[in-house]
Design a binder for this molecule. Sequence first.
Ligand SMILES: Nc1ncnc2c1ncn2[C@@H]1O[C@H](COP(=O)(O)OP(=O)(O)OP(=O)(O)O)[C@@H](O)[C@H]1O
Length: 330
Amino acid sequence: MSDAVTVSELVKRYHPHAPAAVDGLSFTVERGEVFGLLGPNGAGKSTTVGVLTTRMLPTSGRCLLFGTDVVAQPARAKRLLAVVPQRQNLDRSLDVRQNLLFHARYHGIGRDERTSRAAELLDLMGLTDQAGQRVERLSGGQTQRVVIARALMHAPKVLFLDEPSTGLDPQSRLFLHERIRELRERGVTVVLTTHDMEEAENLSDRVGIVDHGRLLALGTPSALIEALPGGTTITAQVRCAQGTAVDKIVTALTELPGAGAVEHDPAPRGAGAGADLGQCFRVRTDTDPSTLLPEVLRTLLDQGAEPVGLSMARPSLQDVFISLTGRELR
Ligand SMILES: Nc1ncnc2c1ncn2[C@@H]1O[C@H](COP(=O)(O)OP(=O)(O)OP(=O)(O)O)[C@@H](O)[C@H]1O
């Protein structure tokens, strides 16, 4: 059985002498998964999605949707896919339900079927009460839900979502995430492009991180996070007696079994009164932090430091993203 999306050796050059916007990209998206396509500005995500959704032609390489070549059979590919763009493009002269019905009619879906699908999708997206509302009266979150409902009217097998949560309030964002999960339960494959790493980590079964048109990493968010060196960080805020040798504390922490790099920050944020004596130590570890944590505490006490705060942070997809694509703005 073919994958939902197959991208092989995709190259897209906008100008013959310009660097390739997509430079030999290959990945597959399995049927029914939510796949996050991530990368900094200009990485080549929109170009890749543009080719996959038949909006532009590749320079070379092949893209298939459920085995259908998007270049050789664009009309067939269009029936399989739906795109939810970042900027809404609803028909302002129509109400919510009419937007859905018009889209279905365009796709050749019969009257009875489009009426029942519209009712079902309005219900799924929590829009039944807004069915007769003009789209210009809707909030940002409601508009986004209408755009998704409309995209689903022709029962696409793969849905491309571009930055779906941009500008949404937390409730709308949560609702949208629940609906995306529900779509996956119904067997719809979702390709999500987002800059929001928390969203990508929460929603995606797997993510592909691209930069300069190339794939840098591919896997489940948890596998990519686990592969990050210097995994968990234990942060200890302490108060030290005047004259305490901070270097000695750093050395003692570094010598603990399982400890990786140790950083010292003499002015921790929010140290408050007596900040001149406040110190912060960060211990990175690839091992189980629950065994290291008591050792860190004991070492600090042995060295005459008084712990006032202790925390443990697992790295996130954002850390993976930054470690692969760098910190500089483009
Ligand atoms: N129509 C175009 N003509 C020429 N170059 C383009 C065109 N569209 C995109 N590019 C260039 O191709 C590269 C990839 O752009 P693309 O829009 O695919 O990146 P992206 O990852 O989607 O970025 P963003 O997150 O900012 O949307 C960039 O260098 C961009 O400047």
